[in-house]
Design a protein around this ligand. Structure first.
Ligand SMILES: [Zn+2]
Length: 262
């Protein structure tokens, strides 16, 4: 019993050390404090590697008009994203069947051509790109990675604490912890990231001169397709429902204060 108690103490000491010595970051626009255990540079290196690996498997679009549009929007939004150290890159993936977009740490963004029928206008696409850019500058990737590291650390701490007990007990705790960590921590947090990327994205797009009122229209178009045989992939990577659209509408008056109209 005593050794288990000491192990728990060690575990919390380790946790405290991890929290104390990590960089405490703050998200832009929303000003939320974050616990991030990796440096922004490490994060960017991981992002670049994942970007190169993904793009190597895809067909890159050579369409001059689409490429010009994506780069124009991306550059305009990135210029007000206040991350001069990022090596921004915007790539169009030639795949009409995939309606998706993603951003990786360090400013690596990709748009699939299959998304364009949903974004329709330049402002619609600007919302998606601003939302993706928001994920990158708010360091959501690094935050998720840090969460996973802490969960692993938590599980290891528990394993140490129950050392000496039966393997069945160890397994039961692990399963229980696994379930709790999936439902209790991981899911609501990624939804929080989505709302936060919407809020930051709306501000960014408005500041860059794109009408934020295009955002809910884009999501309505996506949701109209969600019951079809092959719903847009964007909806599985960025879960959306009427509640999300309602929240976006609530954020629009604030975003409009930055919009000067073009
Ligand atoms: Zn998102």
């Amino acid at each position: 019993m005593k050794s288990a108690f000491l192990s728990i103490q060690y575990f919390f000491f380790f946790l405290l050390a991890a929290v104390t010595f990590s960089s405490c970051a703050t998200t832009p626009v929303t000003g939320r404090s974050q616990l991030i255990l990796v440096s922004e540079q490490e994060e960017a290196n991981l992002g670049l590697q994942a970007y190169q690996e993904t793009l190597a498997k895809e067909k890159i679009s050579k369409d001059p008009q689409i490429n010009a549009m994506v780069n124009r929007i991306g550059t305009r939004i990135a210029s007000i994203a206040d991350k001069p150290e990022y090596n921004w890159q915007f790539t169009v993936i030639d795949n009409d069947k995939t309606a998706n977009a993603f951003a990786l740490p360090g400013g690596k963004v990709a748009i699939y051509t299959g998304l364009l029928p949903y974004t329709k206008t330049e402002s619609g696409l600007a919302f998606v790109m601003a939302h993706e850019i928001a994920h990158a500058i708010a360091r959501h990737g690094g935050e998720r990675l840090s969460q996973q590291l802490l969960l692993q650390l938590g599980q290891q701490g528990l394993n140490v604490a129950i050392a000496g007990r039966s393997p069945a007990a160890v397994q039961a705790v692990n399963v229980g912890y696994g379930l709790a960590s999936t439902v209790g921590v991981a899911l609501p947090f990624s939804r929080r990231h989505e709302y936060e990327a919407d809020e930051i994205g709306l501000t960014l797009m408005a500041k860059a001169g794109y009408d934020p009122r295009e955002a809910p229209t884009f999501f309505e178009r996506m949701l109209n397709e969600s019951n079809k045989q092959s719903p847009p992939v964007f909806l599985s990577t960025h879960p959306a429902d009427q509640d999300r659209i309602r929240k976006i509408r609530e954020m629009i008056p604030e975003a409009m204060t930055y919009y000067r109209g073009k």
